[in-house]
Design a protein around this ligand. Structure first.
Ligand code: NAD
Length: 466
């Protein structure tokens, strides 16, 4: 995996593949709502018929416990399908807008048309959800699509490549397996939209390649999502929800709370509650818990273990490279410029950074890149709303972690360094559609007011309307 791959590093015939998909799109077969719903039902059936295969692949790739894998990967993708199936008829309807006097008599509306052939590039951490979620939007909007699952979740990638073509129109949807070389070859082609999920370094590569074709992009990136713990917070509830959000999928969640900005008065009590929550979730030895995942590969395991030296390990810290295990860990005393406070951690480590009050927390957040998510726990709504209002983040949740992404009406995306554009639910449909502006004028009357030759009277009249 390098940034210097060229399309020649792979046997993939990306040009031929995209040309074939474009031909399918041009034939018009992807446009009828019946075709779209058939594809969505196909995705749902695939997930139902081969649930065991997917769960086994997720266990092999990430040690995902079956319940967690279902809830966060398969079930989540299915919920996206159900939501699209339930609302597609309404989404495709043109939306009327009011027509100003100058265009009267006439009618104006927005009609959503598919973009063409789109590319979805997915990462490894939720390899089903983050591949199929965008695909659901692309198909609901009537596009042909290429999906490129992550090579770092190879078992899941293989199941997707094997099963998807059995359940969706293979002339309109292609799965390309592979790494940087294959993605580079795909990116050399012209797509009508690219949705990329992953890190910002590759995000820049994707955006640069897309620029050559003026292809619009949605970039779902990462970053350091803070959780602010106010003195007023119910610490037991806060710790339970933060521990769940941080240690789910062994911390490899893009919107996980990355570090905690905790009121200095409650740091010790919050830490005690975190310790209790971790023990309740995973027992005295999380390594033996069937409900605790593993780090994706040795490289990331080594990187994460390196962060343990940044401060005092007050909870967890045990690790074993042989099964990519790293215990749910809490750190105290980490300097603001230590790697775990500057890099996205993306693992089961939570540094706690004391703050004198929420304003210090707000200043801390605002001095850094805009995060993908921000969490605040407070039993005082004014304080909680202040933290949300005074900061900028892709999403925010008060007294919760991660759950904002389960609300289909909410757009899911970042801002600034954490991404651009959004999807989920109707937002996916809109992302993968062109909102075409249409005006239909009546033929009569056809007043000459706007046409030359211009006269003083015409100008007076125009100035009354414009
Ligand atoms: P990754 O390594 O799987 O990379 C993502 C995709 O980019 C893969 O399909 C990969 O093949 C491709 N890729 C890698 N190198 C490439 C190159 N040089 N050229 C072209 N394509 C290339 O995943 P990752 O980046 O390690 O994922 C983790 C990051 O993603 C974290 O920063 C995390 O926060 C972020 N993330 C964001 C979201 C979100 O929805 N916003 C979700 C999950 C993960």
């Amino acid at each position: 995996m390098t940034a210097t791959s060229t399309p020649d590093d792979t046997a993939l015939d990306a040009a031929g593949l995209v040309a074939a998909l474009r031909e399918t799109f041009r034939s018009g077969r992807t446009v009828p709502v019946a075709w779209r719903t058939a594809q969505l039902r196909g995705v749902r059936s695939m997930l139902t018929d081969h649930e065991g295969e997917f769960l086994a692949a997720l266990a092999a790739d990430l040690g995902k416990p079956a319940t967690e894998a279902y809830a966060t990967d398969l079930g989540f993708a299915k919920a996206e399908v159900e939501h699209a199936l339930a609302h597609l008829d309404r989404w495709v309807k043109p939306t009327r807008v009011s027509t100003p006097l100058i265009a009267q008599p006439g009618r104006a509306w927005i009609q959503y048309e598919p973009l063409g052939v789109v590319l979805v590039i997915a990462p490894w951490n939720y390899p089903v959800q983050l591949t199929l979620g965008p695909l659901v939007g692309a198909l609901a909007a009537g596009n042909a699509a290429v999906v490129k699952p992550s090579e770092l979740a190879p078992a899941t990638s293989a199941v997707l490549a094997r099963r998807l073509p059995e359940y969706v129109d293979p002339t309109a949807v292609a799965v390309v397996e592979g790494a940087a070389a294959e993605t580079t070859a795909l990116l050399a082609e012209r797509f009508d939209h690219i949705l990329y999920t992953g890190n910002g370094r590759v995000g820049r590569i994707v955006m640069t390649a897309a620029a050559a074709h003026l292809t619009p992009v949605t970039l779902e990136l990462g970053g350091k999502s803070p959780v602010v713990i106010d003195r007023s917070a119910d610490l037991k509830v806060a710790a339970t929800r933060v521990a769940w959000g941080r240690y789910l999928n062994a911390g490899q969640t893009c919107i996980a709370p990355d570090h905690a900005l905790v009121h200095a008065d409650v740091v010790d009590a919050f830490t005690d509650e975190l310790r209790r929550a971790i023990r309740t979730f995973y027992g005295p030895d999380p390594r033996t818990s069937p409900d605790y995942g593993r780090i994706v590969n040795e490289h990331h395991h080594r990187r994460l273990v390196g962060y343990l030296a940044d401060g005092e390990v007050v909870v967890g810290g045990e690790h074993d490279a042989s099964d990519r295990y790293l215990a749910p860990t809490v750190l105290h005393g980490v300097a603001d410029d230590a790697p775990s406070m500057t890099d996205e951690i993306f693992g089961p480590i939570l540094p706690i950074r004391p703050v004198a009050d929420v304003d210090e927390a707000v200043a801390f957040v605002n001095a850094r890149e805009k995060p993908l998510a921000l969490y605040v726990f407070a039993d005082n709504d004014v304080v909680a709303r202040h933290v949300v209002d005074a900061t900028s983040s892709g999403s925010a949740a008060i007294n919760a972690t991660l759950l904002q992404m389960s609300v289909p009406g909410l757009p899911f995306g970042g801002v600034g360094e954490s991404g651009t554009g959004a999807y989920h639910g109707r937002h996916s449909f809109v992302t993968f559609s062109h909102a075409k502006a249409v005006l239909r004028k009546g033929v009569r009357p056809d007043p000459a007011l706007a046409y030359p030759p211009y006269t003083a009277f015409k100008e007076r009249m125009l100035r009354r309307f414009l």
